[in-house]
Design a protein around this ligand. Structure first.
Ligand SMILES: NC(=O)c1ccc[n+]([C@@H]2O[C@H](COP(=O)([O-])OP(=O)(O)OC[C@H]3O[C@@H](n4cnc5c(N)ncnc54)[C@H](OP(=O)(O)O)[C@@H]3O)[C@@H](O)[C@H]2O)c1
Ligand SMILES: [Zn+2]
Length: 371
């Protein structure tokens, strides 16, 4: 495979298009496509929502008959199966394109190399692996679900410099600044679901919604208010303490209440999930499996120290996102994570810094578990 600067340039364009879909495509991946002929872009598109046309379809529509003998750049292997839409591999063959450059093979077992094979068999030149790392990153949540059946878990904590998440009274609004909270809105908007607990929902009177007016302006312009999707709110309620009139149930979007027994809750827009294994709390691995089966790609966790600690202790966190406010809350305040079993430094969970960003007066640190 010979990859040129030109290939990298157009694949970057396709990746930028793919990113535009990141708020709306769940449970599908975000995909972008650019069609090029005589060094001119003649077609482009991205997947917007599940059930809607795939990126290649928009790009082919725009290119029309000019697509003949053109080169197609697409951030994920074209599909080969009849899902909600016909296979894109067939559409590319019918359009008579000459070459297809793909960032990566699709790990979805319905595709997994079949799309590439079909293109090659039709005599189209196929090159795979251009900007693969960036393509993996954009859809890391979808790929994790395809490969493991579990959602990609992002644990968010807003803390003081001394790692405290609330005052002893439970008061925690607001430790961080509006700029940091705007950033949280941006992460929420991309998540398939938000996980929290009855304890946090009741302590904070939380709504756990995406509020368009609180998204950064640059995001508002690419993600209009008419398209806003509310991630599913998943609330752990192992002791059946939610009563149904909490703020979350008055908000737009659906709430899934997770209980140990089949005790339905009488609350608007809610569904009961029953996780009944022999374990005093909700079994988190079993819950993640249930969420994966329900096509939840990414799970954004906003909860207190108990759930944070349990997820870390059980190695269920893929990304830890900490917002540090330049404040000290002192020793009476609540810790950010409770790890009851930890006694030895050698066994402390370890992470790797991925990024450190100033957000207004606060600091955002993104970490991944050390392998
Ligand atoms: N600053 C922040 O980022 C932030 C974010 C959220 C919340 N908070 C603050 O955190 C405080 C609440 O913290 P918290 O520690 O009391 O509550 P929490 O961690 O949100 O939730 C506690 C609940 O988690 C469940 N749980 C505990 N251990 C578990 C395990 N091993 N497996 C599965 N589930 C488990 C239990 O539910 P069951 O009893 O139902 O089994 C327990 O009641 C509030 O004051 C809130 O303001 C701060
Ligand atoms: Zn397709």
């Amino acid at each position: 495979m010979i990859i040129t600067e030109t290939d990298l340039f157009y694949m970057q364009k396709a990746l930028a298009l793919a990113k535009l879909g990141r708020f709306t495509t769940t449970p599908n991946p975000s995909v972008g496509c650019v069609i090029v002929k005589d060094n001119q872009i003649i077609g482009e598109g991205y997947h917007r929502r599940a059930g809607g046309p795939h990126a290649e379809v928009y790009a082919l529509q725009m290119a029309g008959p000019c697509a003949q003998n053109a080169t197609v750049y697409v951030t994920l292997e074209p599909c080969s199966h009849f899902g909600r839409t016909p296979p894109c591999a067939n559409a590319l063959i019918q359009a008579g394109v000459k070459r297809v450059v793909v960032a990566m093979q699709d790990p979805n077992p319905n595709v997994a190399g079949n799309g590439l094979a079909r293109l090659s068999k039709a005599g189209i030149m196929v090159d795979v692996g251009v900007c693969q790392k960036e393509a993996e990153q954009i859809n890391r949540a979808f790929f994790k679900r395809m490969r493991t059946g579990l959602p990609y878990v992002q644990l968010k904590l807003a803390t003081s410099l001394d790692g405290k998440i609330a005052m002893a009274s439970g008061e925690s609004q607001w430790i961080t600044s509006p700029t940091a909270r705007q950033d949280v809105q941006c992460f929420r908007a991309q998540a398939s679901a938000i996980l929290s607990t009855c304890a946090t929902v009741q302590a904070d009177n939380a709504s756990l919604t995406v509020r368009h007016t609180e998204l950064p302006e640059a995001i508002q312009s690419i993600y209009p208010s008419t398209d806003v999707r509310q991630p599913i709110r998943v609330i752990l309620d192992g002791q059946n303490r939610l009563v149904g009139c909490e703020n979350i149930f008055q908000q737009p979007g659906d709430t899934w209440v997770v209980r140990k027994e089949n005790t339905p809750i009488n609350a608007p827009n809610s569904q009961l999930l029953v996780e009944s294994s022999h374990y005093p709390h909700i079994n988190l691995t079993a819950l993640l499996k249930m969420l994966g089966e329900r096509q939840i790609n990414s799970l954004w966790v906003e909860a207190g120290a108990h759930l944070a600690g349990a997820l870390i202790e059980q190695n269920l966190v893929d990304e830890l996102i900490i917002y540090y406010a330049p404040k000290l809350l002192g020793h009476n305040a609540l810790d950010m994570c409770i790890l009851p079993k930890l006694q030895q430094l050698a066994l402390a969970p370890e992470f790797v810094f991925q990024s450190v960003t100033m957000l207004g007066h606060d600091l955002r640190v993104i970490l991944t578990p050390k392998q």
